[in-house]
Design a protein around this ligand. Structure first.
Ligand SMILES: Nc1nc2c(ncn2[C@@H]2O[C@H](COP(=O)(O)OP(=O)(O)OP(=O)(O)O)[C@@H](O)[C@H]2O)c(=O)[nH]1
Ligand SMILES: [Mg+2]
Length: 221
């Protein structure tokens, strides 16, 4: 059994440290695919670096997925916010579920998010429940482990950052949320946040939820 760990990166100075720690901590047979959109591609030992041809974080996952060979697919951030220890915990739980999500806001989880950011997450959780009927504490998470067959016959059309909610909604998979520790990046720069990019991203997420719902109504997925 092979696990493919897909890590999208865009100018992440600590990627080598993350790869070393994944290779030290993860017991399962695995491959690490870094899908990179940096100004200069990083040289990383212990992982395969793919140069992303498309745009956006969601498309980075799709490119990684099409290259991956694993029976289990994992997705995590490359800035150190998602910890390999939590990934190991999630991999242990995938046997009895289709998808396991890392959630910073459920009991036992920890995070260094500001109150403003926590409120944004809560607001999106409510919106996701209201629009899509999907009941998740952190539907905007980017930390996922899934069985490969979840992606069979699944047509993904990523919009912006949020690919996990699209996967959960379209696949109708059985999902477990587990608590994780999520700490803010210490180095590198954020690609979203409370600025114009952040606002644009929030508008894009809202649009994504509506498009997913409309697609279901039209019978597209
Ligand atoms: N390949 C690729 N990776 C991306 C792209 N945008 C962001 N990333 C990576 O996706 C991961 C998540 O992006 P972040 O900037 O950390 O987003 P965030 O966690 O919401 O924001 P912070 O709290 O500031 O860390 C990181 O590993 C980024 O380097 C992209 O367009 N392509
Ligand atoms: Mg981050």
């Amino acid at each position: 059994m092979l696990t493919s760990i897909i890590i999208p990166t865009k100018d992440e100075p600590t990627i080598q440290k993350l790869v070393d720690s994944i290779n030290a901590i993860i017991k399962e047979n695995h491959e690490i695919l870094i899908v990179d959109k940096s100004r200069t591609a990083p040289k990383v030992k212990g992982a395969e670096v793919m140069i992303q041809r498309s745009d956006g974080l969601g498309n980075a996952f799709v490119e990684g997925l099409s290259r991956s060979k694993g029976d289990i697919i994992a997705l995590m951030d490359g800035d150190g916010s998602h910890r390999p220890e939590d990934l190991q915990k999630m991999l242990k739980l995938i046997e009895n579920h289709d998808i396991v999500l890392g959630s910073k806001l459920i009991e036992g989880g920890e995070c260094s998010d500001t109150l403003g950011r926590k409120l944004v997450t809560l607001a999106f959780a409510q919106l996701t429940r209201f629009i899509l009927g999907v009941d998740l504490r952190d539907p905007m998470t980017g930390f996922m482990v899934a069985k490969r067959n979840v992606f069979d016959n699944l047509e993904l059309k990523p919009k912006g950052f949020k690919i996990v909610i699209e996967i959960v909604y379209k696949s109708k998979a059985n999902v477990l949320e587990v608590p994780i520790s999520f700490y803010k990046r210490k180095t590198g720069f954020s690609k979203v946040g409370f600025n114009m990019n952040g606002l644009r991203e929030m508008a894009r997420i809202f649009e994504l939820l509506l498009e997913l719902k409309l697609g279901r109504i039209r019978g597209e997925w």
